[in-house]
Design a protein around this ligand. Structure first.
Ligand SMILES: Nc1nc2c(ncn2[C@@H]2O[C@H](COP(=O)(O)OP(=O)(O)OP(=O)(O)O)[C@@H](O)[C@H]2O)c(=O)[nH]1
Ligand SMILES: [Mg+2]
Length: 545
């Protein structure tokens, strides 16, 4: 039966065409990229392996002919990374989960196309959890901006390579391939377009840079005459011009992904600078308000996020700040600035609303987010969207078997469904009890035996039909034992095959289901201490959405 099921699923998959998919494995240096490729291939890592710029590996996974491009560390060759990115249908981003300091660095390198984030080195004690990485890499923000699918797979390439774990790396790769398959033709068109455009844009960019530099040099000349404000304006104008021409060249939707973050950073910088100019104006108009000036200065010294906060504090005073110190004199300019701030606040709220709707559309999968992201949270969508034939088989078997045993259990317990079947059961169980005198000695009558088996069948049937996860397997196992007992009873009283054929068939089906479920099980290979560690971290977790 098991062979039949696997043959059917093989046959279904053979009917599908073979697709060529290129996947780029990238990440920071020493994150475990080579180890991941080796883990997928199940080839041990050779010592002292010289890192090459890009390694091509071809493999066949189900109906995919996968070309794995292994890029060097992103910090080593960002240009090469960008180049390979355009060839790829999907990206595997390997992160060293045990290295918190470099996770920030990794954040800046993710953009566009389906992204599989392999949270590698989970075997290390200080490894970050999937949820933590989603937060640190700002994946939600990135995904809402780049409109791409994302999945975080905690893994250990080392353990996979040593065949000590359940091939999380391969599991992740399978997710990526399914994600590519969701929009295969779109990604193929995108790859072709990106490759064409990278060649053009590289040349175009060189020219643009020269232009921008020329524009800046003009500004420098103007500096002698003009004020600081005009210098900024010139720079912004040159940068905006550069941006416009790039957009024209690349198109809005199909721009090379490597550029996105850089451009957005530039735009944000320009915005921030504009805001600073406005802020200074307001501050100048309010004599005696040195605190804001100081706050602004502080904002300029801190990191980009803090800078943003600094801005909102200066332009949109927070409630706490307002309560701490009231403005001594409410003059016209201040009202103007508060009006500005209100408008900006409204705008920000609008943006926030947009952001949340986008987040709902673009969801992140994470194996650990099943545990850590709040139930009903917007950032988790299970893998059910891309169910494999194996998953479909399990679900179908669970449902069919569950309903059958609910029916059989009910028949044994009550005559409401079928009086004939109920009386037949009564008669059969009386004969079983007679054939087993030991049962009577134990105080188990035929009625009790029938009710025990009926209740077990009903309960396990309900679990098999309705309850997800591990209890299903337990119910499956119990039902298998019940079926063995029933077969034993039939043999004991010498029933002909036709009387116990159903028990035989359903026993085989239960065995098949259990085998497939065990094979497909995606539980990480963690010991109890790891689970405790996970639980402890769950308590301290920061909400993600
Ligand atoms: N503990 C642990 N160590 C790992 C794991 N995966 C890789 N490593 C180690 O991390 C180091 C770097 O692994 P590589 O696979 O060479 O990393 P890489 O990203 O290819 O490095 P570069 O090509 O130099 O950028 C090696 O010493 C590996 O043994 C893992 O899952 N667990
Ligand atoms: Mg390497």
């Amino acid at each position: 039966m098991f062979n039949l099921t696997s043959r059917i699923s093989n046959w279904i998959s053979k009917c599908q065409p073979i697709r060529q998919v290129t996947v780029l494995i990238t990440g920071l240096s020493k994150a475990g990229k080579t180890s991941t490729v080796r883990a997928i291939l199940r080839v041990p890592l050779e010592e002292k392996e010289e890192p090459e710029e890009c390694v091509h590996t071809e493999l066949r996974v189900d109906n995919f002919l996968v070309t794995v491009l292994e890029g060097g560390g992103a910090s080593a060759a960002p240009e090469a990374w960008r180049h390979h990115c355009c060839e790829a249908h999907g990206i595997i981003f390997v992160v060293d989960s045990s290295d918190r300091t470099r996770a920030e660095e990794a954040k800046n390198l993710l953009a566009g196309k389906p992204i599989l984030v392999l949270a590698n080195k989970q075997d290390k004690r200080n490894a970050m959890l999937g949820n933590e990485l989603i937060e640190i890499l700002s994946l939600e923000k990135l995904i809402s901006q780049s409109q791409s699918l994302c999945h975080v797979e905690p893994c250990s390439a080392l353990l996979d390579m040593r065949r000590c774990s359940d091939r999380k790396t391969m599991l992740g790769l399978r997710w990526l391939l399914r994600a590519v398959l969701l929009d295969y033709h779109k990604f193929c068109a995108r790859v072709a377009q990106d490759c064409r455009q990278t060649v053009n844009s590289e040349e175009g960019e060189r020219k643009k840079h020269k232009k921008a530099e020329r524009g800046l040099s003009k500004c420098k000349e103007a500096k002698k005459v003009n004020t600081c404000k005009t210098r900024r304006y010139c720079k912004q104008k040159a940068q905006a011009k550069e941006k416009r021409t790039t957009e024209k060249n690349t198109g809005d939707k199909l721009r090379p992904t490597g550029n996105i973050l850089d451009k957005e950073n530039t735009i944000n910088m320009i915005k921030r600078k504009k805001q600073r100019v406005k802020m200074r104006k307001n501050v100048k108009r309010r004599p005696g308000c040195k605190e804001e000036e100081e706050a602004e200065e502080r904002g300029m010294e801190t990191g980009p996020e803090q800078k943003e906060e600094g801005h909102s504090y200066a332009l949109l005073p927070g409630d706490s700040m307002r309560s701490k110190r009231k403005p001594k004199r409410v003059n016209e300019t201040f009202l103007e600035s508060t009006e500005n701030s209100k408008r900006k606040k409204g705008k920000k709220e609008k943006e926030k609303k947009n952001m949340t709707t986008v987040i709902k559309k673009n969801k992140i999968n994470s194996a650990e987010s099943r545990v850590y992201i709040r139930p009903g949270s917007s950032c988790y969508s299970g893998p059910q969207k891309m169910a494999s034939p194996r998953t479909i088989t399990i679900v179908a078997l669970s449902f069919a078997l569950g309903l059958f045993f609910v029916f059989m259990g009910t028949i044994k317990l009550t005559p409401r469904l079928s009086k004939d079947a109920y009386s037949e059961m009564k008669r059969a169980y009386k004969s079983y009890a007679k054939a087993l005198p030991g049962l009577k000695k134990m105080g188990i009558t035929s009625v009790l035996l029938r009710k025990i088996i009926g209740t077990l069948e009903l309960g396990c049937g309900v679990v098999l039909t309705l309850v997800p996860g591990r209890p299903k397997d337990m119910a499956n196992f119990l039902l298998l034992l019940v079926m063995l007992a029933v077969l034993f009873f039939h043999q004991l009283v010498g029933d002909p095959l036709k009387r116990y054929a159903h028990a035989l068939v359903f026993g085989i089906l239960l065995t098949c289901r259990l085998l497939i479920a065990r094979q497909n099980e995606e539980r990480p290979e963690r010991d109890e201490s790891r689970q405790q560690h996970v639980n402890a971290q769950e308590k301290n977790k920061v909400k993600v959405s």
